[in-house]
Unconditional design. Structure first.
Length: 150
């Protein structure tokens, strides 16, 4: 049995300069997070069919709009997303695939390299700006007070 990956190993994972991009409509994946999602969009299915190797690394970006609206890939440029590793795939009925994703690190999409049959983009690690410790308590208090009415 392999040992679990440590936080520093995951966050320090090398991200290729060019990644296939998966647009997610209703899910957000964070670095270190693991989530199962169902993929049914034709471009995402094409990406998974063309890359069946274990450990595929993809770029994830949240796509706005309704599920039946076509994606405008030009809006991905400059967006921050997450590089993620595909761990498991399960073929489901109805031309849908369930995959388990593990977020690796934040990325910035620099340029779209191609859009067919799926998006390939030039990416770079996102610039991380550490929070100012003197502001952290204030920010946490504001989040807690905003959540209390819920």
């Amino acid at each position: 049995m392999s040992r679990p990956q440590r936080r520093d190993e995951i966050l320090g994972a090398e991200v290729p300069p060019s990644l296939p991009i998966m647009a997610l409509r209703s899910t957000i994946v964070y670095p270190l997070g693991t989530i199962a999602v169902q993929m049914g969009a034709p471009e995402n299915l094409a990406l998974l069919r063309d890359n069946e190797d274990s450990g595929l690394v993809v770029g994830l970006v949240v796509a706005g709009g309704e599920a039946d609206e076509p994606l405008d890939q030009s809006k991905f440029v400059g967006r921050v997303g997450v590089a993620a590793r595909v761990h498991e795939r399960i073929n489901l009925p109805g031309d849908t695939v369930q995959i388990t994703l593990q977020g690796l690190r934040r990325i910035t999409i620099e340029a779209i390299e191609r859009t067919e049959p799926y998006v390939m983009a030039k990416v770079k690690p996102a610039r991380e700006t550490p929070a100012d410790p003197s502001e952290l308590d204030d920010r946490v208090a504001r989040v807690v007070s905003a959540a209390e009415p819920l």
